[in-house]
Design a protein around this ligand. Structure first.
Ligand code: OAD
Length: 243
């Protein structure tokens, strides 16, 4: 890696990190738009990940998310997740923001993860948003114990607003950091896609960890660390802190 990249991460006061589905790819979780494999191949995410889809066919949507939730039991964080947990121990301040709903950052030891799009392991009711910590994990859609409305995954669907506090904290971190690390995201979905721009416009160093440069910004302060996160992030830490 370039001396400038190593110097920037070593000397960082506050690193803001935004991750996307790419960081979980090496854990065996298909990136978002590949997730519809097998029987689900006939659907588009937009056919399943919306309130209208749920109202149209709650059982179908519930089953899709249940299958993804159950699949999480068989996957583990990968070296990319662990490297970010280690990075938080190496720099004075690190804010980890994720678009992922798989909970793998927390399982790798990262604390206070800002989950912009919710978490597959959490469930709430459709009508009132009542949390449902204990729900019968069956194929049939369970009902809320408080209001009787159908339960749904606590994830952000297309057309829904992000949790306001999570978004505010993520934007504040992008506005304060001196290094912004974008890992495994196609930068296609707002408002998360604007976070790197908040940092770029401030002239701080932006590092992009992604095998592909497609859709990624470029410029004097932007370092593209091309490759899979599970290899690049541990390499970045080894080179920045050889001891
Ligand atoms: P995408 O599937 O759009 O993009 C995945 C990115 O990861 C691509 O840029 C890949 O090149 C990159 N990638 C693949 N393998 C990688 C690896 N091993 N290491 C690093 N990068 C890798 O996923 P997201 O950008 O996360 O929103 O999608 C953003 C949002 O779009 C999702 O959170 C979801 C979807 O609509 C909601 O569910 C609200």
């Amino acid at each position: 890696m370039s001396p400038a990249t190593i110097a920037a991460i070593r000397g960082a006061r506050h690193v803001a990190v935004l991750t996307g589905a790419g960081i979980s790819a090496e854990s065996g979780i298909p990136t978002f738009r590949d997730a519809l494999t097998g029987w689900w191949a006939r659907f588009r995410p937009e056919d399943l990940a919306t309130p209208e889809a749920f109202q149209r066919d709650p059982d179908l949507v519930w089953r899709w998310y249940r299958e993804r939730r159950l699949r999480l039991r068989d996957v583990m964080p990968n070296p990319g997740h662990y490297a970010l947990a280690e990075l938080a121990r190496r720099v004075p301040s690190l804010t980890l923001v994720t678009q992922n709903v798989d909970g793998l950052h927390a399982r790798a030891g990262s604390a206070d993860v800002i989950e912009l799009h919710g978490n597959l392991a959490r469930v709430k009711c459709f009508d009132q948003g009542h949390p449902a910590p204990d729900f019968p994990d069956t194929d049939a859609v369970p009902r809320c114990a408080l209001c009787g409305s159908p339960l749904r995954p606590d994830v952000v669907w297309f057309g829904e607003l992000l949790p306001a506090d999570a978004l505010r904290r993520a934007q504040a971190a992008a506005g304060d950091c001196d290094v912004f690390l974008s890992v495994g995201t196609s930068n296609l979905v707002e408002p998360a896609a604007s976070l790197p721009w908040i940092a770029t416009r401030r002239g701080v160093t932006v590092m992009i960890v992604n095998p592909s440069a497609t859709g990624q910004s470029s410029g004097p302060n932007i370092h593209h660390l091309a490759g899979p996160a599970g290899r690049v992030l541990p390499e970045l830490l080894r080179e920045a802190w050889p001891g």
